[in-house]
Design a protein. Structure first.
Length: 126
């Protein structure tokens, strides 16, 4: 089973704030292959550039990768972009591509606390 992590989930895991996750989300993390969308990876760097996180995306990924076996998804961008064409519910390019990435990979699970994403993507766990 595959589960993608939304950007804020990676930040919480990196900060050791596992308790912020629901028990359902923690359970899914424990029994899934964990993937990070390249778009979520880019968003982590964007947040660092804006001064909203202390660490660069690469450092955060290394930390969470080591602690949870998270890995960066290697689906082709063209596959994900094609899936994103149908995601007209948001103007946020990060959310649009993160959800499209999960959909493009066999409607994989997505761990997110984002209410809008949860309403739009039924395979979201929170």
């Amino acid at each position: 089973m595959i589960a993608y992590l939304d950007t804020h989930i990676v930040l919480w895991l990196a900060a050791g704030k596992v308790n912020r996750l629901s028990s359902k989300a923690r359970g899914l993390l424990g029994r899934s292959e964990l993937l990070l969308s390249a778009m979520a990876y880019l968003e982590l760097e964007y947040l660092h550039e804006l001064g909203r996180t202390r660490f660069r995306a690469g450092d955060l990924l290394k930390k969470v990768e080591y602690e949870t076996k998270l890995r960066l998804c290697d689906l082709p961008f063209s596959t994900i972009a094609s899936a994103a064409l149908d995601e007209k519910w948001t103007r946020d390019p990060f959310d649009r591509m993160i959800v499209a990435n999960a959909k493009a990979n066999g409607f994989a699970w997505l761990v997110s606390a984002d209410e809008v994403i949860r309403k739009q993507y039924p395979r979201t766990v929170w």
